[in-house]
Structures are given as structure tokens and as C-alpha cells.
Design a protein around this ligand. Sequence first.
Ligand code: EPZ
Length: 424
Amino acid sequence: MSSIKVIGSGKLKGEIKIQGSKNAALPIIAATVLNKGVTILRNCPRILDVFHMINVLKELGCITNWEGSTLIVDTTTITSTKVSESSVQKMRSSILFLGALLGRNQEVSIAYPGGCSIGKRPIDYHLDSIKSMNVSQEFLGEDKSIIYCHTDKVMGSDIFLKFPSVGATQNVILTAVLAEGVTRIFNAAREPEVFELCNFLVSAGARICGKGTAFIEVEGVNRLHDVDYRLSPDRIVAGTYMAAVAAAGGEVILLDAPTRQIESVIRVLDKIGCSIKTTDEYMRISCNRRPLPYDMLKTQPYPGFPTDMQSQLMSVLCLANGKSTIVEEIFESRFQNVNELKKMGAMIAETENKAIVSGVMHLEGAQVIAHDLRAGAALVIAAVAAQGETIIREATSIERGYEDICRDFNSLGANVRYCSNNIL
Ligand code: EPZ
């Protein structure tokens, strides 16, 4: 388990290119199973979560290889429909192979994904929806932790989601693409990553309309074909570096930033004092003042403010000249950074899903722990803006979503290094 050492270095300056989207890559990697052929996935981020999904593909008998940031997947042959418990425990997004393998082979055996530090993360919406598509489900194993789904034929169905769950929407789409008949999803998630999965599938021959809206209709087809697809840049990685400028000050240019997908983040950063200029090629963000407080920041399903940016904004608002309120509406325990930021001198009062952040003039370096990938990235932001040295332990989780957060911050003038625990 590696750690990250940060020496607070003040203002950031420079430019970085935003990596491909993790949360678009993961469902699309699962979706490659629906095609008996070859998929070329360009601008694919080389991150731990992608490596885990590739390992599942290999478990299933597929062949993969990298050419730079291009992932080439050959799913001509599938030799298994079992997704191992270790794979699912390591990577909850493996659950998306449920829909993909049902679509391809009409059967799948997969372990229940565990919860994680941000919440229990059940999959009832996934299972209830897929059951209505003529799919029977059995729960096997001593602790009933293995889900075995099978059917003679997946049938299209009307699906009403209680909540616009990103994963459940994606799993239903994956199940529906090769089904018989039409599947209509009501209250579908509108996140850009759902839009992108539909984009990818349509370019491979699927028939989907309503992508990016709350009503998605999938008309089953007999087969998909090979496709060469380029992933969009990662909106949360872009938002992370924007938040770092808001916290530490300076001026940064983000190349290949998905500006239209982070409108809600741009609005918040603009309101707390950043100046942001966007063009089709790049985004320039600068902040040369102490951040202003933000009255009420609530996380919402897209196009609202994304929960995956909540920790990063909390780091920024710790330095604001006033009081801000953050309400986490999506996950039940996504305030793990509160105690870590307090070790750095932050003043935060937390009740249930609400955090009241009273800004301080500066944060002090400290020893802190990264509880999940976004919380870890948010601690790097706080440490870069802080005075003194910070050690962020259990930093491996950051590598799940960021190709090289140290390289990126150092290219902006920060002092951020990986270091193994035994030299601390
Ligand atoms: C996706 O997770 C993202 N992950 C998450 O990003 C993101 O935070 C989340 O969407 C919300 O935007 C990927 O895309 C790989 P949900 P997902 O189903 O699909 C509850 C990151 O840091 N729920 O929309 O799992 C659930 O517990 C990660 O990149 C059920 O109750 O999110 C949560 O409270 C973190 N039953 C809420 O819905 C279900 O069957 C939203 O979950 C499914 C979900």
C-alpha cells in the first residue's frame, strides 16, 4: 500500500491533458462482450479499475492488449460465464458483466458486489429490473452470495427505476441490446457515462433512442459488429484539477476538458471566485483570491452537482472566507474526509448527510488517510494548498481513477511524490 507525500507549494501554473473517462470506460469494457469480434477503445485511461475489468475479460476467455492508450479487445470467444468473487470484491463495476453476459450467453454467475467506504451500494434496482426481462435468478453458495441468472431468451420489458441509478440503467441497457423486443427504461440515469455507453453501443449496431434523457428505449437486434471508438475525457478528473486551482490559487489550462459535462461544477467554482474561460480546445481556470463560501452545495443526479466532486469541493471550502453547507444526497457515508481534513486544521461540523464548513485562513500539513479514490484526490488538493508536509496513507485507492496524480500536480508546479510506507 503506497503513500503520497505532499509539500504545500501554493499557486499552481501550467497545463495538463485530461485522461479518458474511467466511468465511461468501465461499462464499455463490459459491453465489448456483446460483440463476437474485436473492439478498439481509444483514449482509454490506464488505471487500476480498467486493469481489473480487463482481468475479468481474461477470466471469461477474451484476449486484450494495449497499444499506448488504445485498448484492443477480442471477444470472439467466451469460455466462461462466471465472474469470480475476488473480481467483484475488487471492483464493483464488474457487476456490469451481469447484463453483458446475459445479453451474450443468456446466463451468468456473479458474486454480490460488496459495499465500500461510501455506502452499502446494493444492487436491488439491477436485479428487480433484469428479473422482469424473462430472466430467472437463483442465489447460490453457503451465504447465498453468488447470483446465478439464466433464461432461454431475454425479452424486452418496461422498466421503472425507483431512482435514476447509473449502474442499474447501464445494466438494463446491456441486457436489452440483444433481447427480443423493446425495452423502455423510465427514470433512467442521465449521466454522460450512460449517454456514452449508448453512443458506443449504437456505433456497434445497437438500436437505442433517448440517450442522455430520463426515458431510454432499446430495440433488440440480432448481433453487434466491430467498432473503433474514442472515449471522452474524464469530467471528474477535470473537475478535480479545477478544484485544486480554487484551493491553491494560480492559473491552469486543461486540454481536452469535457466542459459541457461539468457545467454544474463550473457554476459553483465561478460563484466562489474562480474565473473560467472555455473554448472547444481547452479550458483556462484561474483563482487569485481566497475562495468565497458556498451557501448550500447539494449533490444530485446529473445534471446536478456530481457526488464524485463533493470531497474535492469540501477541501476548497475549508479555505473559504465564511461558512458553507454541503449536503450529500446520493451516498449514505461520503463524508470520510471530514476527520482527515480536521487533522489539517479544518473546521467542519457534520450531522448525518450535512457538513457545515467554517473556512480557515490556511490548512496545516498532517498525516491523513485516503478512504476512497475521490476522498484521496481531495486530500491531495488540501495538501497542495496547505502549509508544510502532508503524508496521505492508503493512497493506492487514488490510482483506481487517476493515471498519475503526482505527475499531473508536479507538472503544475506542485511537490507531490509517491513513497512507500516503510520510509515514512
Ligand atoms: C456510479 O456508481 C459511479 N461509478 C460512481 O462513481 C458515482 O458516484 C455514482 O454512479 C453516482 O453518480 C461508476 O460509474 C463506475 P448509482 P453506481 O447506482 O452506478 C443506490 C467514482 O468515484 N442504489 O447511481 O454504483 C446507491 O446505493 C464512483 O468514480 C440502490 O439503492 O451509482 C446510491 O446511494 C463512486 N440500489 C445511489 O443509488 C441499486 O440497485 C446511486 O447509485 C443501485 C443503486
